[in-house]
Ligand binder design. Structure first.
Ligand SMILES: [Zn+2]
Length: 340
């Protein structure tokens, strides 16, 4: 059985990769594939030790994805330009590929931008407007830091709020593995983002030691990096709310407006226009939120997986999120694109 599992996995990968290749080669009507990335970090980067596995790809993998699709005849487009051409009934490439990055990580400038420049490939980065130019760490990374670097504090009463989300079987005397910490993060998603951030802030105030081994590298993009990328003509920006709050956890209209409309205003004030596309944090959508998005943006990206046919639903754009686990080899990359 031990031998059968990897063989079956390989066979499944090959089948899905073949499906992707056939679609890429034989598709007649114009379609759009949107690739999504979060963090681009080299294999040896220490920042990987406190990041969720589904968030990271290497610069080499990004390079391989772009080179492979180019060789297969895909035309790389800016998402905004493709949507505009589609609206105006202009000619569309048979197979268009748009590249997107979520959250606005500093490593997008350091490790992804050079790859995009090398291939002259455009991309859209979705920014969390109130976190630009700050040393903010999103709550999942704060929790990872806590469970991995500060696990010996878990018994402290300042962390009582976290206990219901830990597994009873977790060993309190050793650091969490990334996968164990990942499960805690998923369970914490039952709470709204602001509540989690408030808990973390209060915990840090009570236990100042928690702030000390947080990775020293600045996590998010600063204004200068954003301006440099904008000036290259390759990068455009989209809005990903003001604070990365999941919209389905926001109770009232004022908060929703603040997050959706406010992020648009912030980015324009920073001179990062045109800001036409919105991206739902965690892919979570609500009716009222969607209405606001439709009033202030021309399109929106989801976390739903799949190809976009023409005409697409501009407010329900599907994407493929790539990370080490599903895109480190050409076979796994193609298999992800071909999976039903
Ligand atoms: Zn996000």
């Amino acid at each position: 059985m031990q031998l059968v599992k990897p063989i079956l996995k390989q066979a499944r990968y090959s089948l899905f990769a073949a499906v992707a290749l056939l679609r890429i080669k034989l598709k007649k009507s114009p379609s759009l594939i949107i690739l999504t990335y979060h963090r681009i970090l080299p294999g040896q980067s220490l920042l990987r030790h406190t990041e969720q596995p589904g968030m990271i790809a290497t610069p080499e993998a990004l390079d391989m994805h772009l080179s492979l699709l180019k060789r297969l005849g895909a035309e790389f487009v800016s998402l905004d330009t493709w949507l505009d051409a589609q609206r105006k009934n202009k000619g569309l490439p048979r197979l268009a590929v748009a590249v997107t990055f979520d959250d606005g990580w500093q490593d997008n400038y350091e490790h992804a931008f050079p790859v995009l420049k090398k291939h002259s490939i455009p991309a859209t980065i979705f920014l969390v407007s109130q976190r630009i130019n700050t040393s903010w760490l999103f709550w999942p990374e704060q929790v990872l830091d806590l469970l991995i670097n500060h696990f010996h504090h878990l018994g402290h009463e300042a962390l009582q709020w976290l206990r219901p989300y830990l597994e009873a079987s977790d060993d309190p005397s050793s650091p969490y593995t990334i996968l164990q910490a990942d499960s805690v993060i998923n369970r914490l998603k039952a709470l709204d983002d602001h509540t989690i951030e408030t808990h973390l802030e209060q915990t840090r105030n009570t236990l100042p030691a928690l702030g000390q081994t947080t990775p020293s590298a600045r996590p998010l993009l600063n204004k200068q990096e954003l301006d440099t990328m904008l000036a290259s003509g390759l990068i455009t920006y989209g809005a990903h709310t003001r604070h990365h709050y999941r919209l389905n956890h926001l109770g009232n209209q004022t908060t929703l407006e603040n997050e959706i409309v406010g992020s648009h205003e912030d980015l324009e004030k920073l001179g990062l226009q045109p800001v036409r596309i919105f991206c739902y944090p965690n892919g979570d959508i609500t009716g009222k939120g969607e209405q606001l998005v439709q009033q202030h943006f021309t399109a929106a990206c989801t976390t739903e997986r799949g190809w976009n046919r023409t005409p697409p639903n501009p407010f329900g754009l599907r994407r493929f999120n790539f990370h080490d686990g599903n895109g480190s080899t050409p076979l796994s990359f193609l298999a992800t694109l071909g999976r039903p």
